[in-house]
Design a protein around this ligand. Structure first.
Ligand code: HEC
Ligand code: HEC
Length: 236
């Protein structure tokens, strides 16, 4: 946080440093973020807009290294395979974490293993911001029977306490929109085959990015995973 502030308002940050020699600094430091926050949304002079620069840089990195699979607008996955996730509309924090997970081979996949390995930190930040700012396109239409949809929705909302499966809503949000507080990503509208594969991979341990999701997926049966993926992808 403070790094971001420092970059955006060097004058203020410098001021803090200069007076930051004693107890005065503590008094001054505390209200700073609140005082700065409104400035964050204020228009900046064009041509010198760090956010716009970051987004343009993100778009350029995407073009160069990612769009082939994730598409220019981040809603990619060459059709009809859809094994490549949509990145558009996922949160910046989640995207950043996954890029570092990919770099570190914590979710190896022949198509993508080590992807982004050569990206520098600023490029990871830029591309995460770029995709987070793109709207997610609608997912695969849900072709479930009414009974299958009810089962999937019940598992999503209530979990299966007798088998130790927690309710997905708790972390992913009421509409599967993702919640910053739990770091759980948006699932609504993600490609169906991708969602199913990820639940299988959490279950078999080949996506080792989240002990929580490994535990969640462990008791799930194949048919449940397929239904859940169809249900979530169809959510708007
Ligand atoms: C050759 C195709 C391909 C290219 C190029 C590619 N990716 Fe991917 N990406 C994939 C696949 C496949 C997955 C799913 C991996 C898995 O199953 O764990 C993925 C997953 C991801 C995820 C995780 C999404 C989620 O919902 O968890 C992120 C983030 C990501 N890629 C970012 C990038 C970035 C950034 C680049 C460019 C530097 C890039 N990818 C280039 C194929 C690709
Ligand atoms: C205790 C919190 C929690 C619960 C409960 C939970 N999740 Fe998650 N889920 C997460 C977190 C955190 C992640 C991100 C994991 C990571 O960083 O790789 C995640 C990731 C996922 C992903 C991967 C999405 C992507 O873009 O790659 C899927 C799919 C998923 N969860 C489905 C479910 C389903 C289905 C349920 C209910 C059966 C569920 N989750 C319950 C926290 C939770």
């Amino acid at each position: 946080m403070s790094r971001v502030f420092a970059r955006r308002i060097p004058g203020l940050a410098l001021g803090c440093l200069l007076v930051g020699a004693g107890p005065v600094a503590l008094v001054l430091a505390a209200p700073l973020p609140a005082a700065i926050a409104p400035d964050d949304t204020a228009p900046r002079p064009s041509g010198n807009d760090p956010d716009a620069e970051r987004l343009a840089r993100g778009a350029a990195v995407n073009q160069r290294a990612c769009a082939r699979c994730h598409a220019e607008d981040g809603n990619g996955g060459p059709q009809p395979v859809k094994a490549y996730p949509k990145l558009a509309g996922l949160s910046e924090d989640y995207l950043r974490k996954q890029i570092y997970d990919l770099k570190a081979h914590r979710r190896p996949n022949p198509a993508t293993d080590g992807r982004g390995e050569r990206l520098q930190e600023a490029e990871v930040d830029a591309i995460s911001a770029y995709f987070a700012g793109q709207p997610m396109a609608p997912g695969d239409p849900d072709d479930l029977s009414p009974a299958a949809r009810r089962d999937a929705e019940a598992l999503f909302r209530q979990g299966a306490p007798s088998r130790g499966v927690p309710a997905c809503v708790t972390c992913h949000g009421d509409a599967a929109q993702g919640l910053a507080a739990t770091q759980a990503p948006r699932l609504a509208g993600q490609w169906r085959p991708y969602l199913a594969t990820q639940l299988q991979r959490f279950r078999d341990g080949s996506r080792a990015t989240s002990p929580i999701m490994a535990a969640v997926a462990k008791p799930l049966e194949d048919a449940e995973i397929e239904r859940m993926a169809a249900y979530l992808s169809g959510l708007r």
